[in-house]
Design a protein around this ligand. Structure first.
Ligand code: HEM
Length: 123
């Protein structure tokens, strides 16, 4: 039997946490996107962090806290056009470039973020 290790186990919780933290540090300085988020970025950071842990095969604390992700519906209140999508991805690219995640996993995560960000577009 082939032993499958989850991306969560491979990348590691600490790397995921740092990546998402770094991403929100970028959002903090993003004049286009910052106004879309609530005053306290910490809560948004915690949600994306728990979501990614779950998506990558780790504990399902996100579902316990927020219910099913339904990401497209949850993003409906925000005007996500091509510019907003590109800014979101640019922030994530910066965070990925600064992280210690190995090259293959960076590529795997980037592909997922690009695909999902395109799906979130609603304008
Ligand atoms: C395409 C550009 C995107 C924009 C402009 C955007 C913007 C936002 C905003 C404004 C929030 C609300 C944060 C708050 O509560 O203050 C949010 C929540 C969230 N976003 Fe995005 N987002 C984008 C793409 C993505 C992508 C690609 C993912 C997944 C990889 C994602 C995952 C999430 C998650 C998990 C939440 C929390 C949902 C919840 O439990 O309420 N977003 N996003």
């Amino acid at each position: 039997m082939e032993l499958k290790i989850s991306p969560y186990a491979r990348i590691g919780e600490d790397n995921i946490k740092k990546l998402i933290h770094c991403f929100y540090e970028e959002i903090r300085n993003d004049t286009l996107l910052r106004p879309m988020y609530k005053e306290k970025l910490e809560e948004a950071e915690q949600r994306l962090y728990l979501f990614m842990v779950q998506y990558l095969g780790g504990p399902k604390h996100y579902n316990g806290m927020r219910g099913l992700p339904r990401l497209k519906i949850r993003h409906q209140p925000f005007a996500i056009d091509e510019d907003a999508k590109n800014s979101w991805l640019a922030n994530m690219r910066t965070a990925l470039d600064k992280s210690n995640i190995n090259a293959d996993d960076k590529e795997f995560l980037w592909d997922y973020f690009v695909k999902t960000a395109n799906f979130m577009r609603n304008k």
